[in-house]
Every structure is written in C-alpha cells, then in structure tokens.
Design a protein around this ligand. Structure first.
Ligand code: CO
Length: 460
C-alpha cells in the first residue's frame, strides 16, 4: 500500500507571519475555517509564534478568544501552535510556573499539538514545556532548530532527538526556519533520525531559497511523515511551499495524500482575494514572495536580512550592508554557533551592526548579548569565545545551571496585582507575556464594553 504523507497547513500562522507580519485578523479568515476543517490536514498551525503578540499589539484581538473561536469552527482538525520553550512566546526566559500554566491553558482553550523548540537546541529549556504538554494530554512535538555549522552534526541532532523522546515527544519536528536545508541534507538527517527513534517526523521549511519543494520530496523519500505547507496564494518566498503543488507531486510519485482537492480549490480562491488586498495596501511586499539565494551564501535567514537593512537604514548606514553581512557569521561563531532564530537572530544581527558601525568589535554590547554570555539563554552549541566572553562579562561569572531555576514564581503575584483587572488566568498570562500591551488591551476592552452599554441605552 502506498505510504501516507500528511500535511500541516500554515496559512493561519507561519505563512501569515512570514508574508504579512501576522496581520491577518480573525474576521478575514473566519469564512474559510469550515473548509480548512474538511480539507483533511494533519493539523492547522494557527497560534503561537508572533500571533499572540500581534493580536494584542495591532489587531485588538484577545489571542485566547481567537483560539477558542478557531477551535469552535475546526472540530475535526488538530490545532497546532509554536512555542519557544522556556521563552514561551517572548524573547527571554520565564519562570516555570508561567510556562506550565500557559501550556495548560493553551490546551484547555483548544490546542492539540504544541511544537516546542529552543533557539539554542538546549533541551533543558524545553523540558518544562514538554512535560506540561504531556500532562495536559496534548501532543508534544519536540523540535530541532535546524542550522549548519562545524558543531551541528547529525550525531548531535540524533542525540537531541533521543532526549526529546525521553521527555515525552510524540512527534519530532525538524524546523528549518531559514530554508537553507538542501534535499540531500534532508534525506540524510531524516534517515539518521528514523534509524534512532520510532516517532513520526515532521519537516518544516521555508521557500526562501527555492530549495523547499526538492527538500520535501527527498525528506519524504527518506521516511518523513508530515510536511508543512501553505495554500498557494500564501505560499512561496519567505513562506512555505504550496500545499496543492506538493499534494499533486506526491500523489504522482505514488504516495497517499488524503487531502480534499475541492476544499483546497475553495481555500485558494478565497485566500487569493485576501492576499491581493494585502498587496494593494502594501502589507505584502513583492520581495517577500521572491526567491532569494543570499541565505545560502551568508547563512543568514531571510527575515534577518530585512531586519539588518532596517537597522542600517535607521542609523543612516545602508552602505555598510555588505560589511554587516560578512560580520554576522563571525559574531555567530564567536557566540558558539547559535541557530539564527528568534531571539538569537536579533541578538547576533544587532551585534554585527554595532561591530561594523563602531569600527571596533564588541565595543557596544546589548543587554541581551550580555545575558547570553552569562548563560541566561542556556547552553550554547559550542563554547563562546573565552576572550570575547571575558571582555563582555568582566569579573562576572557565567551561570552553570538552568537560568529559569533562579527565577521566582510569577503567576500568583501577578494574579494578586491584577485583582479587579484580570478576568481570568488567560488575562494573567497575557499580562505576564506582554504587560504593556495587555494592560492597554484590558483598558480598550472595558471602554468598548462601556460604549456598547451606552449604545444599548440610547437604543431603548
Ligand atoms: Co517557520
């Protein structure tokens, strides 16, 4: 019998995040939810990553309510989210009580699959979130942040996968956030992992460099079970490759793909209109949809390239772009080869810009890089250059244990602090994650309700 390949549809989360900075409001995709539910996806990735932040910051939506509304319309499809391990949805580590409650509430509000990663691939930073996911009865997808460097060997990835299985991972995700994984690398890595553990493998990549279609085909050939794709109007460029195209190609190669083509056509027709609206208003820039092979040369993710350009523009130094591009991999090597993914991508990028503009390396160092050198982000893949670390830390000694162990519980004090303001634990969690945004959101919500009351009275 033909081997089955399953699909995760990313239009609601990663495609939305990669192409239009997560600006898709609930109302715009609501009409398609029932169709997505009937299409036969393994899961719909719809939450986490930047969605939480952007909902509060720009869309004036309660991210929890958004999740519940999606859940109500997708009763038959697993909902999936992306979680940054001990960082949860933020940029630095949180105490364990927050991580545990966040995961519990995410599952209570409808989440089925939690994809858990750590920017440094330090499993100590994933452990609490993994356990909480298993305890809540959801699927813990233990994730490798894929990168290439002299220290990122297959043997190391396989070791990590074994540790994730020990922690309760039900599936393994290989997350190639920069789209730099080539077809042969995918083939070899999937084979190596399949040999070591008997767990379904999900490969996640981006079309940025144009490798993605080839990479998926070879990964599937090696035994990859699940691939992440985006419905065609939201595919390509910095997003995932197209769902329909891969369904077509995989069927032709003799694999079983249980997707409903009519549902895919309906989705594509609908999202084409939504995409065109975002092109017209300038949210979706053509460059995001283009193939960019620069990352293969510089090993810098696409999102980071545009971020470097913005930083240089703000400092009136766009002409230093090439120098910054050359400096970035050097900073990465100094820092022990972290994979370039949020938040390490920002930290390394800012440092490279500082080093070039100052004309002196590590003269200006961000507080995040200092914290990184202290060990607050976890164990680095290779040691940080000792001389550079000493220059940054001075007499301060780096941490030896897990940073989160040094953090005081935060949930109970925040519950007390928000008495009369927070209406639920979900509100408390939003506040801990993004205090200023949540506070503003609670205020707006109250004002909106008061307006509605006034309106009703006038109506009477
Ligand atoms: Co991604």
């Amino acid at each position: 019998m033909a081997r089955k390949v399953q699909f995760v549809e990313t239009v609601l989360r990663d495609a939305n995040q990669s192409l239009i900075a997560t600006r898709l409001p609930f109302d715009k995709f609501e009409p398609m939810l029932e169709t997505i539910d009937k299409a036969g996806f393994y899961a719909a990735e719809c939450w986490g990553g930047a969605t939480f932040d952007v909902c509060l910051r720009y869309l004036h939506e309660d991210p929890w309510e958004r999740l519940r509304k999606i859940r109500a319309k997708l009763p038959n499809t697993k909902l999936q989210m992306l979680l940054r391990g001990q960082n949860v949805l933020g940029y630095s580590h949180y105490p364990d009580d927050f991580v545990k409650l966040f995961v519990k509430k995410a599952v209570e509000n409808g989440m089925d699959v939690i994809r858990i990663f750590d920017a440094l691939n330090d499993v100590n930073n994933m452990k609490v979130a993994m356990e909480a996911t298993v305890n809540a009865g959801a699927i813990a997808s233990g994730t490798i942040s894929y990168t290439t460097s002299p220290v990122h060997t297959h043997a190391k990835y396989v070791q990590m996968v074994k540790e994730l299985k020990e922690m309760g991972a039900a599936t393994i995700c290989i997350k190639d956030m920069a789209g730099i994984m080539g077809p042969q690398e995918a083939y070899d890595l999937v084979c190596a992992i399949k040999d070591a553990v008997d767990l379904p493998i999900d490969l996640h990549t981006h079309s940025t460099t144009g490798l993605a279609f080839m990479t998926y085909l070879k990964a599937v050939e090696a035994g990859c079970d699940i691939i992440d794709t985006a419905i065609s109007p939201f595919s390509g460029g910095t997003s995932q490759p197209a769902t329909e195209t891969l369904a077509y190609a995989l069927r032709q190669l003799g694999y079983q793909v249980d997707l409903d083509d009519n549902c895919l056509i309906t989705m594509a027709d609908y999202f084409k209109g939504i995409r065109d609206g975002f092109i017209e208003d300038g949210t979706l820039i053509p460059k995001a949809l283009a193939t960019d092979t620069q990352c293969l040369t510089y090993q810098v993710p696409g999102g980071m390239l545009s971020n470097l350009m913005t930083q240089l523009r703000n400092r009136n130094a766009l002409d230093r772009f090439e120098e910054v591009l050359a400096e970035t991999p050097k900073v990465r090597a100094d820092m022990g080869y972290p994979p370039l993914v949020t938040p390490t991508s920002q930290m390394v990028g800012v440092q490279a810009v500082n080093n070039v503009i100052d004309g002196q390396r590590y003269k200006t160092v961000s507080k995040e890089i200092k914290a990184y050198c202290r060990g607050e982000y976890g164990r680095t893949p290779a040691p940080i250059d000792p001389a550079i670390r000493a220059g940054i830390l001075g007499d301060e000694q780096p941490l030896t244990g897990r940073y989160a162990d040094s953090l005081e519980p935060i949930v109970e004090p925040t519950r007390k602090k928000l008495e009369g303001i927070a209406r639920s634990d979900e509100d408390v969690l939003s506040y801990i994650a993004f205090p200023n945004l949540a506070e503003k959101f609670f205020q707006e919500r109250k004002e909106k309700e008061e307006d509605e009351v006034t309106y009703t009275i006038v109506e009477c």
